[in-house]
Design a protein. Structure first.
Length: 564
């Protein structure tokens, strides 16, 4: 039985616990709340808040998610009180002198973490979509940004404390007062679903938006078993197959799935995945599978660690403004799920599905629309052809930038730009709210400095993120010009030169004589055959020889002349 109370002005959920005391402090703020130009701000605050606690000797940690930041711990009463009190003390007075060091740590942490393409393609580059990007805003985050973010997001009214066990003595969680933070506005970069896009290699993934319910969570579990059986056990085309169910807000959840594949098996894995979803949609769901996962879900609620997970979920629901449901009600929902319910979930999933397929593959054959890769039109302005590929051109326009190609144009309007990354060598990357980005490499388009300076004036300073200088070998360069080949030079004796000159002089004389003979002869055919034609032929051969000799430099061409 969960009791709702208040501790130090913070909404608190308390329930009996098994084992050591456990507690967590959840805030309604995550990376989806950050503008892309400050992406990484919440994670940075989380790291700074933990620094003063030093080396943690007991079970304690923190995590920054899409919409929630969570500090959690378990152990003795003293350890729990010390950890949570230290977190709150640090949030009120963050060690700003550590910012540069923690930025380095965060860059190292994210180096091995891929961005979430499904979020970007579904939502764009704002809100939930911003959470799919790397922490590109770290370089621009200032001390003032950190202080303001902590003071307005990590507040009493924007937090929920949960405790599995009794409220410990001496808990002093002093946080500033503030306002509850609403969830990020929902955006969409997809005109229609189901849709697909091509990116990456080695795996097929998808996401779907469904209702938040017991039957949706069971559907994700049954789907994983069906995909594992079809793609690995039966066909042997995939090794790793997994699904996940994650609440997105108070009313909806996101189901994701992934199956890896060798290049020669990607078509088979893609087809097998779609076949499983299609079978679920028409109601071909194994009732025994449903009973198996229902039993697994029900049993998991009885495990000691389940109490902490349930408390955290309840705390998140309070932050989302969702009506809390009792554990008894949830068990009843699990027990009531039918095969028809799973069919309904499959319909919801298929109607909202976004599929990522490896490059070189398509899913239009299954009725999926290709997600838009190109902008509606290009901007108008100065055009700079690519020095690598003449089919591509960069346009620095009056209202935006575009990259034109035979396939379409990518365009970011200045007034809509959400981020511009800047490098000292003049390179720029602009990102629009729809997730479209245009990269400007002056070395690849011969863009003058004055054009980059004009571009910089179009974008507000709050959207610019200056990057460290790139090593010379990281700056792209146009293809090297074809090697220059020297013209072959042949030296000939003076006598040969004089002979060629004599031929050149005699050729027109012979031609005149031959013409006169042809005009005055009584037997034109005889003159033409025996005199005129041979003379003209000699003239032609001589002239050709003279031109060849001149072209080869026999008549004084300079030694330094070259030809490509």
């Amino acid at each position: 039985m969960i009791k709702e109370t208040e501790v130090c002005g913070i909404r608190t959920l308390v329930a009996p616990g098994n084992g050591p005391l456990a507690a967590g402090l959840a805030f309604r703020v995550g990376c989806a709340d950050e503008p892309l130009s400050r992406r990484g701000l919440t994670h940075l605050v989380e790291h700074l808040a933990l620094h003063r606690h030093g080396l943690i000797e007991h079970d304690a940690n923190a995590a920054t998610g899409v919409t929630i930041t969570h500090f959690f711990t378990s152990g003795s009463e003293q350890a729990v009180v010390s950890y949570l009190t230290s977190v709150c003390d640090s949030l009120r007075d963050l060690p700003l002198e550590r910012i540069a060091t923690e930025k380095t740590i965060l860059r190292t942490e994210q180096a091995g973490r891929p961005h979430d393409s499904l979020l970007v393609w579904r939502y764009g580059a704002v809100g939930f979509g911003a959470a799919g990007y790397p922490e590109w805003g770290l370089e621009a985050i200032t001390d003032a940004d950190v202080r303001d973010w902590a003071a307005t997001r990590f507040t009493r009214e924007n937090a929920v404390l949960w405790i599995a066990g009794e409220v410990p003595e001496g808990l002093n969680l002093t946080l500033p007062s503030g306002s509850p933070q609403p969830l990020p506005e929902l955006t969409s970069a997809l005109p229609t679903t189901p849709a697909y896009f091509t990116e990456g290699s080695g795996k097929v993934t998808f996401s779907a938006i469904v209702e938040r319910s017991a039957r949706a969570s069971l559907f994700a579990m049954v789907l994983e078993r069906a995909l594992f059986r079809a793609l690995r056990t039966e066909d042997g085309n995939s090794y790793a197959v997994a699904t996940a169910y994650m609440p997105r807000d108070g009313e909806h959840a996101t189901i994701t799935a992934m199956a890896d594949a060798l290049p020669e098996k990607q078509d088979a894995v893609l087809g097998g995945l779609i076949d499983v979803l299609a079978a679920f949609r028409v109601g071909r769901v194994d009732a025994d599978e449903l009973e198996t996962v229902r039993d697994k879900a029900s049993t998991s609620l009885d495990r000691p660690e389940a109490g902490k997970a349930i408390l955290f979920t309840e705390a998140v629901d309070v932050l989302y403004g969702r009506t809390r449901a009792s554990l008894t009600d949830f068990r009843a929902e699990l027990a009531a799920v039918t095969v028809e319910d799973l069919r309904d979930m499959a319909v919801q999933a298929m109607d909202t599905l976004l599929l990522q397929v490896p490059r070189g593959n398509q899913a239009d054959w299954a009725g999926f629309a290709e997600a838009p890769m190109w902008s509606e039109k290009a901007t108008v302005g100065e055009k700079y052809p690519s020095l690598q590929n003449g089919d591509f051109s960069l346009v620095l326009g009056y209202d935006g930038v575009s990259m034109e190609s035979p396939h379409g144009a990518l365009t970011v309007r200045y007034r809509e730009c959400v981020l511009m990354q800047c490098w000292p060598d003049g390179a720029r990357r602009l990102v629009g709210p729809d997730g479209v980005s245009v990269s400007i490499e002056p070395t690849l388009h011969d863009v003058p400095e004055r054009a980059i300076a004009r571009l910089d004036k179009q974008i507000g300073d709050e959207l610019k993120v200056w990057q460290p200088a790139r090593p010379a070998d990281r700056i792209p360069q146009p293809p090297a010009p074809a090697p220059v080949q020297p013209v072959m030079k042949v030296e000939i004796p003076l006598k040969a030169k004089l002979t060629l000159a004599l031929i050149a002089l005699l050729c027109p004389v012979l031609a005149l004589v031959a013409t006169a003979a042809l005009v005055t002869s009584d037997n034109v055919g005889h003159a033409l055959l025996h005199f005129a034609l041979p003379a003209w032929g000699a003239f032609g051969a001589g002239a050709a020889a003279f031109r060849l000799a001149k072209a080869l430099g026999y008549f004084g061409r300079d030694e330094s002349d070259t030809r490509r």
